[in-house]
Design a protein around this ligand. Structure first.
Ligand code: HAM
Length: 425
């Protein structure tokens, strides 16, 4: 038997209503803030991710699915969405239409060690906002993330953590200070951190190993070494969040696993997820557009892991929406009539399950019960001759004969029409 690749999962029909719900709420809520959807390719030139995400990051060094195509070009499956959106921004000269606000959803690929909440193919919903440099934009974006998470039913277990990562003026001197500190404590650091100490020292602050956490407890932190511009930006952001009464925690050790960030960085974590506890994460990347060859344009964005949201909402409990009607035809001629009637009802917006595979009336009605349909429609030869069907309201057990031509009108009036996401709500 051939099975899925390690760390890659099917999303089975039982779970789909929840996924559709998550996407439908993103469409609605991000739309309220003026974001439009964008769909970018699943693979890009490897160089795009190396340049945007950073050549010395774990993602680029160890986690990308990279291959040569038949023309010899090095391509990679996207490990995240920001690089592609920035590429599209530059390629389509979107700096002429600022602000540019887009959101996206879809699979991302990272060769990580699979565990609860961490897959090799996973799905993100993300947003990117190009144009404003003002912390008002940061605050509004954070408010939108929290509104989304609250709306889908997650508010209680969530913590919003923020930090400032400085800018090209204040980060280099801070980086030197940190390297000097790390050199003194090098013997207490894990092997990984000893390796990245000189190349990517900020990542050491984020190491989960107990010995490293102890060693860096007194390390200098970026927020104590911000330039006046970054200090002002960060304090205005905090002020806006306080005004909005959005609780937050400052985490001076938060550094992100991608190199493009400056100033605001944030993560929303949840207590219900174990080690992989970030449900949403993002930040500012004011230098990236210029670095990718575009007209310098500040930007900020975030992405949420859909599998993690689904885990928190406990997808096992979500059943698909039951059909409005279960159609049970007895005999070949009745099946032909049933097929047509089912199509007519669906054209009117009703959800109809047509009994497939025959069976006695008793077994068909058993299936109708299991489907939790509100109504069953029975058609046998006698009904065909009289041009009627038998309609049964399942919960009441009551049945009546009704003229074939009156069925659509009757059902449309009694049943609600189906809509995406109803299954979950
Ligand atoms: P990230 O922190 O790498 O940022 O990923 C964002 C979120 O995607 C994480 O908080 C987590 O919920 C989810 N995620 C990441 N890796 C996995 C995985 N292996 N399995 C399951 N879920 C995962 C970014 O990707 C940035 N592009 C976010 C951003 C957008 N920054 C600015 N704009």
């Amino acid at each position: 038997m051939i099975q899925t690749v390690r760390g890659v999962h099917d999303i089975l029909p039982d779970a789909i209503p929840l996924w559709q719900f998550l996407e439908a709420r993103a469409l609605a809520i991000f739309g309220q803030y003026g974001f439009e959807e964008i769909r970018t390719p699943l693979f890009e030139k490897t160089e795009l991710f190396a340049r945007a995400v950073g050549a010395t990051t774990d993602i680029v060094e160890k986690e990308m699915y990279t291959f040569s195509d038949r023309g010899g070009d090095s391509l990679s499956l996207r490990p995240e969405g920001t690089a592609s959106v920035v590429r599209a921004f530059v390629q389509q000269s979107m700096h002429r239409q600022l602000p540019w606000k887009v959101w996206y959803r879809g699979p991302m690929f990272r060769y990580e060690r699979p565990q609860k909440g961490r897959q090799r193919q996973f799905h993100q919903i993300g947003c990117e906002l190009f144009g404003p440099e003002d912390p008002l934009a940061d605050a509004e974006l954070l408010a939108m993330v929290m509104r989304y998470l609250t709306d889908i039913g997650l508010q209680t277990s969530l913590v919003l953590e923020i930090n400032s990562l400085g800018c090209p003026d204040c980060r280099p001197p801070y980086r030197d200070l940190l390297i000097a500190f790390l050199r003194q404590t090098a013997s207490h650091l894990c092997d990984d951190c000893q390796n990245r100490m000189e190349r990517n020292p900020l990542r050491v602050l984020d190491c989960k190993q107990e010995r490293c956490r102890a060693a860096i407890a007194t390390a200098p932190v970026m927020i104590d070494h911000l330039c006046p511009g970054c200090t002002h930006h960060f304090s205005r952001l905090k002020g806006h969040l306080e005004d909005l009464e959005r609780p937050f925690r400052i985490n001076p050790h938060m550094v992100r696993g991608l190199d493009y960030y400056n100033r605001t960085a944030f993560e929303v974590t949840s207590v219900g997820l174990g080690a992989q506890n970030a449900v949403a994460a993002g930040g500012r990347y004011d230098g990236l557009v210029a670095q990718m060859g575009g007209t310098p344009t500040p930007a900020i964005g975030f992405a949420m892991g859909m599998e993690r949201l689904a885990l928190l909402l406990d997808q096992g409990k979500n059943r698909p929406a039951p059909p409005d009607v279960y159609l049970a035809p007895l005999g070949e001629q009745a099946e032909q009539a049933g097929l047509k009637l089912a199509e007519t009802l669906r054209a009117q917006g009703l959800a109809v399950t047509l009994n497939l595979g025959g069976g006695s009336l008793k077994s068909q009605m058993k299936r109708a019960g299991r489907s939790q349909a509100r109504f069953a429609l029975m058609i046998g030869e006698a009904e065909l001759e009289k041009n009627v069907v038998i309609l049964k309201e399942m919960a009441l057990g009551q049945q009546q004969e009704i003229r074939h031509s009156e069925v659509p009108g009757f059902l449309v009036n009694t049943c609600r029409t189906i809509s995406v996401g109803d299954g979950h709500r």
